[in-house]
Write a protein that binds this ligand. Structure first.
Ligand code: SF4
Ligand code: SF4
Length: 225
């Protein structure tokens, strides 16, 4: 069964914590995007939601509208959506953001639920294509435990309602391992226990604890203002 508006409503209720109570990460990356947070601009990330989530969002607020692709790149990106249960939407912009009416993607970014090769949901990994643009990806230690807890609980709820979402992230996780194995590089997972781990390349997904000193080196991947 696919997620219905009432399920999204429950996810919105369960998942409200900010990534960090200390840092406003939107201020950390805005210099790379004309003064606006990188992930709040359709030039960088087009929000794709299930039509049922869109149904809920539009019943709660006029913050969102359907996104119309204009550039050839955007048209290509959205071509796969034809005939699917998902659609592209766009918000009015960061000046008009309503915390309660953010999509699940807004609440989760830059993280996705990471599954190990045994298909266990063991933590949070990042959308690596935003490396160098997203400050959080280079500063993962700022993530609050409350955010991690709510992220996990709400996504487990999501997978319970709709197995297809689990499959999507199982595939995404396998793809992450493939890409980083090709790069010969390890990547970070924020574990369900709030600790940090490396997923080693060409290892069949083997994980080892990450030290603070090692994690600090990730900061080099982001050019601060
Ligand atoms: S999540 Fe990343 S891209 Fe989005 S506002 Fe925060 S630092 Fe910027
Ligand atoms: S709703 Fe808020 S968090 Fe989501 S894209 Fe718009 S400005 Fe960013």
């Amino acid at each position: 069964m696919s997620l219905q508006p009432k399920h999204y409503e429950e996810i919105f209720r369960q998942f409200q914590a900010p990534i960090s109570k200390v840092y406003d990460c939107g201020k950390k990356c805005a210099h790379l995007n004309g003064g606006k947070p990188v992930c709040c601009s359709t030039d960088n990330a087009i929000p794709i939601v299930e039509k049922t989530e869109w149904q809920l969002l539009k019943s709660r607020s006029d913050l969102w509208k359907p996104y119309k692709a204009v550039t050839p790149d955007a048209k290509r990106e959205l071509a796969d959506l034809k005939g699917s249960d998902c659609c592209a939407i766009e918000c009015k912009g960061v000046e008009h953001c309503e915390r309660d009416n953010r999509s699940v993607a807004c609440r989760s970014f830059p993280f996705y639920p990471y599954f190990n090769p045994a298909r266990e949901f063991i933590g949070l990994a990042t959308y690596w294509v935003f490396e160098g643009q997203c400050w959080v990806i280079s500063n993962v230690t700022i993530v609050d435990k409350k955010f991690v807890k709510q992220f996990i609980k709400s996504h487990e709820y999501m997978f319970k309602q709709d197995e297809d979402w689990r499959e999507t992230y199982v595939e995404q996780s396998a793809n992450h391992r493939r890409v980083f194995s090709r790069r010969g590089d390890k990547f970070v997972v924020v574990g369900r226990d709030g600790n940090y781990y490396w997923v080693l390349p060409k290892s069949g997904g083997k994980m080892v604890p990450a030290t603070n000193t090692q994690l600090k080196k990730l900061r080099k991947g982001f050019v601060e203002k």
